[in-house]
Design a protein around this ligand. Structure first.
Ligand code: 3PG
Ligand code: MG
Length: 392
C-alpha cells in the first residue's frame, strides 16, 4: 500500500497537525506509568520542528464523554512529559476546535499540544463537520498514531480526507513497514505465536495466520481449547468448550501446522503460591489447571523458533505474572531473542513479558499497538491507513 510520508513533505513555515497515539497508562494519581508511546512519537515531532513546521499535536487519552472536559482525561500530564523529553515548554490548548483564532500566532518552530481529541463531540463517530473544522487548522496532516489506526475517527480518518496534504509520520510508517515485512513476503519458515486467554477474541487471527504461516504456535487458554480439540485432557483449565469445533476445524484444515502441548505445569488453583506440578497431558486430572507449558513442549517450540526465518508474536504462553508458572513464557521469549529470525511482537501483555525478561533490544521490532496490531494480523485494512493511501 502506497502512502505519502512526512519525510517527503516540505513543512517549512506550514501549519502541521500531528495525530499521535499518546494514550499512555496512568496510575490512580494520574502519573504516567509507561511513556513508551510518547517517546515513540518524538521522531516525527522533532523532524517537523527541525524543518520549520508550526506544530499542533493531538491524541486521545482513554475514552472520555464527548463534549465535556474532565481532569482525569486531560492531556496535561502528557504535555508535561513531552515538554521534559523535548526540553521545552509545551502549552496545552483546550478549546481548539471552536475556540477562536488561537492558532493565528503559531509560527515556525512552535509546538502546542491540543487537548484530548475525544473531548470533541463527533470525534468517535468520525463526524465530517468536525473533521472539516480540524482540517482547516492545518496545511499538512500527519497521522503518526498506528496504535489507533484501527479506529475511523475524526482525527484518524475524516481529517485525512479533507486536509490539504495527508501523510504518515515516521512511527506509522515504521509500524506498517515492519508488519508488511513480516507478513507480505516473509523469510520462511514463518512462525506465529498467538497466545492469551481466549480463542473467541482471536479466532479470525488464528484462521488468517493458519493459512499464511508455516507453524502456528498457540498458548495459554487458547492452547487449552486446542488440546481439547486434539483429544487431550485439560482438567478445569481455562478454555472455551464452544470453540473446540472451530479449533478442530483449524487442526483438520492445516495438519501438522499447530503443535499441541504434550506436557504442562499444573496447579489445583489459580494463585501465585499454588504448588506447581509437572504432568504429561494424558495425566492431567479433572481438578488440575494448566498454567504453563512443560519442558518437553518448550523444547519442541524452541527448535521451531530457532529455525524460523520470521517470527510474529502476540500473547504470553503461560501465567508469567506468577514466578512458578513463568518458565514457558520466559524460555520462548529467550528463544525468540536468540533466534536469527526477523521477529516482531505486539500487544500489552507481550510487551510486558519482553520488558520483564529484558530482551527488548533483541526483538527486531516491537509494535506500540495493541488492537491495531491484531487487526493487521487478521489481514484487515486499517481505516486510518486506508485514508492515507487514498491521498497518496
Ligand atoms: C489503544 O491503547 O489500544 C489505542 O490507543 C486505542 O485506544 P481505544 O481502544 O480506546 O480506541
Ligand atoms: Mg484498547
Amino acid at each position: 500500500m502506497r502512502i505519502r510520508r512526512l519525510a517527503d513533505i516540505d513543512v517549512l513555515g506550514k501549519r502541521v497537525f500531528i495525530r499521535a497515539d499518546l494514550n499512555v497508562p496512568q496510575d490512580d494519581a494520574g502519573n504516567i506509568t509507561d511513556d513508551t508511546r510518547i517517546r515513540a512519537s518524538l521522531p516525527g515531532i522533532m523532524d517537523a520542528l527541525a524543518r520549520g513546521g508550526a506544530l499542533m499535536v493531538t491524541s486521545h487519552l482513554g475514552r472520555p464523554t464527548e463534549g465535556e472536559w474532565n481532569a482525569e482525561s486531560s492531556l496535561a500530564p502528557v504535555a508535561q512529559r513531552l515538554g521534559s523529553l523535548l526540553g521545552r515548554d509545551v502549552p496545552l490548548v483546550r478549546d481548539w476546535v471552536d475556540g477562536g483564532a488561537w492558532h493565528a500566532g503559531l509560527a515556525a518552530g512552535d509546538l502546542v499540544l491540543l487537548e484530548n481529541c475525544r473531548m470533541n463531540k463527533g470525534e468517535k463517530k468520525d463526524d465530517p463537520a468536525l473533521a472539516q473544522k480540524m482540517a482547516r487548522l492545518c496545511d499538512v496532516y500527519v497521522n503518526d498514531a498506528f496504535g489507533t489506526a484501527h479506529r475511523a475517527e475524526a482525527t484518524t480518518h475524516g481529517i485525512a480526507k479533507l486536509a490539504p496534504i495527508a501523510c504518515a509520520g515516521p512511527l506509522m510508517a515504521a509500524e506498517i513497514d515492519a508488519l508488511t515485512l513480516a507478513l507480505a513476503q516473509p523469510k520462511r519458515p514463518l512462525v506465529a505465536i498467538v497466545a492469551g486467554s481466549k480463542v473467541s477474541t482471536k479466532l479470525t487471527i488464528l484462521r488468517a495466520l493458519a493459512a499464511k504461516v508455516d507453524t502456528l504456535i498457540v498458548g495459554g487458554g487458547i492452547a487449552n481449547t486446542f488440546i481439547v480439540a486434539a483429544g487431550g485432557r485439560i482438567g478445569k483449565s481455562l478454555a472455551e468448550p464452544d470453540l473446540v469445533g472451530e479449533a478442530k476445524a483449524i487442526l483438520d484444515q492445516f495438519p501438522g501446522k499447530v503443535p499441541i502441548p504434550i506436557d504442562a505445569v499444573c496447579a489445583k488453583s489459580f494463585a501465585a503460591d499454588a504448588a506447581p506440578t509437572l504432568k504429561a497431558i494424558e495425566n492431567v486430572e479433572p481438578d488440575d489447571m494448566i498454567l504453563d507449558l512443560g519442558p518437553q513442549s518448550i523444547a519442541a517450540l524452541k527448535t521451531i523458533v530457532a529455525k524460523a526465518g520470521t517470527i510474529v508474536w502476540n500473547g504470553p504462553v503461560g501465567v508469567f505474572e506468577f514466578d512458578a508458572f513463568a518458565a514457558g513464557t520466559k524460555a520462548l521469549a529467550l528463544a525468540i531473542a536468540d533466534a536469527p529470525a526477523y521477529s516482531i511482537a505486539g500487544g500489552g501483555d507481550t510487551v510486558a513479558a519482553i520488558n520483564e525478561f529484558g530482551i527488548a533490544e533483541r526483538i527486531s521490532y516491537i509494535s506500540t499497538a495493541g488492537g491495531a496490531f491484531l487487526e493487521f494480523l487478521e489481514g484487515k485494512t486499517l481505516p486510518a491507513v486506508a485514508a492515507l493511501a487514498a491521498r497518496a
